[in-house]
Design a binder for this molecule. Structure first.
Ligand SMILES: [Zn+2]
Length: 181
C-alpha cells in the first residue's frame, strides 16, 4: 500500500474538514492507536464516517447528544473487515489525541498519526484488523524515518486516567510494534 503525497494509494480517501497544519510538517514520529464505534459497540454503521466528515446527525441515537459540535478526526479508520479509509493526509494534523503527553511532550496531535480501529475498549479486534494495521504500519515505517516500532502507543498511554482505548482486548503482541505497556 504505497503512500504518495502523504495519502495511501490503495485506500479510500475521504477529506475530513477537521485538520490543520502541524507546527512542523515533517515532524511525524508517533503512531497513536484508538478505537471507536457509533453507537458504542455497534459495528458497520456509517456514523464514524459521518462524525469525521462533520455531518453526523446527533438526533439518531441518545448517546449522540454528546457529539454535538464535536470536531474530531483521525488519519485512518480500520473497520471490522479490515477496510482502511483515510480522512487526513499524514503531513497534516488530525484531531484525535486531545490533552495528551508522550515522554514529557504534550499536544501529541502535533507529531503523531492517529489510527482508529472500529471497536470498543472492552472488545477484541478482528484478524482482518490486525492484518490491515500491520500492513499500514509497514507502509508508515517505510515512508517516515522517525516512525519506528518503539513509537506506537495506545491513546490510553498518552492520556492515562482520561482515555482507555484501544483497551484490554487489543493484543499488542499481534502488531509489528514494541508493546508500550
Ligand atoms: Zn482515542
Amino acid at each position: 500500500m504505497p503512500i504518495i503525497n502523504h495519502v495511501l494509494t490503495e485506500a479510500e480517501f475521504r477529506a475530513s474538514p477537521f485538520y490543520d497544519e502541524r507546527p512542523i510538517e515533517r515532524d511525524i514520529r508517533l503512531v497513536v492507536i484508538h478505537c471507536i464505534s457509533l453507537p458504542e459497540g455497534q459495528y458497520g454503521t456509517s456514523y464514524i464516517d459521518d462524525l469525521f466528515m462533520g455531518c453526523v446527525d446527533c438526533d439518531v441515537h441518545p448517546s449522540f447528544e454528546s457529539l454535538k459540535g464535536v470536531k474530531v478526526s483521525a488519519h485512518v479508520v480500520i473497520d471490522r473487515q479490515g477496510k482502511i479509509k483515510q480522512y487526513v493526509p499524514f503531513h497534516k494534523r488530525a484531531w484525535h489525541a486531545g490533552v495528551s503527553n508522550y515522554q514529557g511532550e504534550s499536544r501529541c496531535n502535533d507529531f503523531s498519526i492517529g489510527i482508529e480501529l472500529e471497536g470498543t475498549d472492552r472488545d477484541t479486534y478482528t484478524e482482518q484488523q490486525y492484518e490491515a494495521l500491520n500492513s499500514l504500519l509497514d507502509q508508515l515505517f517505510a515512508e517516515y524515518d522517525s516512525l519506528t516500532a518503539e513509537r506506537v502507543v495506545g491513546h490510553s498511554h498518552i492520556a492515562p486516567g482520561r482515555k482507555t482505548d484501544p483497551g484490554v482486548g487489543f493484543d499488542w503482541s499481534r502488531i509489528k510494534a514494541e508493546s508500550p505497556l
